[in-house]
Design a protein around this ligand. Structure first.
Ligand SMILES: Cc1cc2nc3c(=O)[nH]c(=O)nc-3n(C[C@H](O)[C@H](O)[C@H](O)COP(=O)(O)OP(=O)(O)OC[C@H]3O[C@@H](n4cnc5c(N)ncnc54)[C@H](O)[C@@H]3O)c2cc1C
Length: 309
């Protein structure tokens, strides 16, 4: 019987692992298919406190894991496949094996929606990115034309944020008006650096030979006409998919599938806690995920202490 099982080894899961390990709970920590989480896919992280020169995303996550293991966290390469939260202890299926747990800490993150283009995949981290807050300030994007793909609130936020760095921001959207809230759409379109490209889809990211984004090929969805646009960066902002499908029908979620935390990091099932991007559709940053992982660990520890009183 495990006291604490943590699902996920991104910033949220590994911070929760550090805290529960230091509380002598010897957490079992499941890596899932992406050990170290999303941050391992980026080269330099410049906004995680404590690293004035920035730190490689992979290295940061290796350090987080080592720090948690130093205090007794047991990190296991494994994926949670099924879960029964209807009775205590919770019953988990991990790579076909049954595991019982007194508390469950969910830190499964959220995946970015991709455009689905081969060129997008090849140029990821070479100018194609999914997070303006994370990457917008990088030197390669400064004073350069940039493309943002999308038409919702996130795309507007990304485009507005990028006006601080880019020379012009082309907002490419499939329709002829933005899906974002009225106030956000008006503010975005009023900005003199933001240029909407309506009724259009990116069909190719250009620059594979140069190993860096040099532009995009566009298709007008109404006329079928093709064109190209020079750009040093492509910011894809067409939404996220929280990795919470396993818990559907068991845990309260919003309409997008984000788990809704209550009173800190608790959920509607006592003993189940949640942290990081799978429960946060607003901030989605390494440091906010880590902060929530810390909170979830403390909440789980207090839950166990109260039960054993
Ligand atoms: C390219 C890129 C660059 C970024 N740069 C920055 C940056 O510079 N600064 C910043 O603050 N943020 C950055 N971010 C955002 C940051 O990576 C996320 O906010 C952060 O990783 C969220 O942490 P998390 O622990 O919630 O989830 P994640 O890091 O997504 O980790 C989720 C974990 O859950 C595991 N998992 C999922 N399902 C299961 C399952 N069924 N069983 C077991 N395990 C499972 C996964 O394998 C993974 O280990 C960037 C994101 C990307 C994509």
């Amino acid at each position: 019987m495990e006291k604490v099982v943590i699902v996920g080894t991104g910033c949220a899961g590994l911070t929760a692992a550090l805290y529960t390990a230091r509380a002598n709970l010897r957490p079992l920590v499941l890596t899932g298919k992406q050990p170290g989480g999303l941050l391992t896919t980026t080269s330099v992280v410049e906004n995680y406190p404590g690293f004035p020169e920035g730190i490689d995303g992979y290295e940061l996550m290796v350090r987080m894991q080592k720090q948690a293991e130093r205090f007794g966290a047991r990190v296991q390469f494994g994926t949670l496949e099924a879960v029964d939260l209807s009775r205590q202890p919770f019953s988990l299926t991990v790579d076909g094996e049954r595991v019982e747990a007194e508390t469950l800490l969910i830190a499964t993150g959220a995946s970015h929606r991709h455009l689905g283009l081969e060129s997008e995949e090849k140029l990821e981290n070479k100018g194609v990115t999914y997070c303006a807050t994370c990457d917008g300030a990088l030197p390669r994007f400064r004073n350069q034309p940039l493309v943002v793909v999308g038409g919702g609130d996130s795309a507007c936020e990304e485009a507005t944020y990028l006006t601080r760095f880019g020379s012009a921001i082309y907002l490419v959207h499939r329709r002829d008006k933005l899906r974002a809230s009225k106030i956000m759409a008006e503010r975005t379109l009023a900005h003199d650096k933001i240029k909407p490209v309506w009724d259009s889809a990116v069909t190719e990211v250009l620059g594979i030979n140069q190993q860096k984004v040099t532009g995009v090929r566009l298709k007008n969805l109404k006329t079928g006409a093709e064109s190209t646009l020079d750009a040093a960066g492509v910011f894809v902002a067409i939404g996220h998919i929280p990795n919470t499908q396993l818990f559907k029908g068991m845990l309260d979620m919003d309409e997008h599938g984000y788990i809704i935390p209550k009173q800190g990091t608790a959920t509607n099932v006592p003993g189940v806690f949640v942290a990081g991007d799978c429960a946060d559709r607003v901030y989605r940053q390494a440091v906010t995920a880590a902060g929530m992982g810390c909170a979830a660990a403390i909440d789980a520890e207090r839950f166990l202490a109260a039960r054993n009183e």
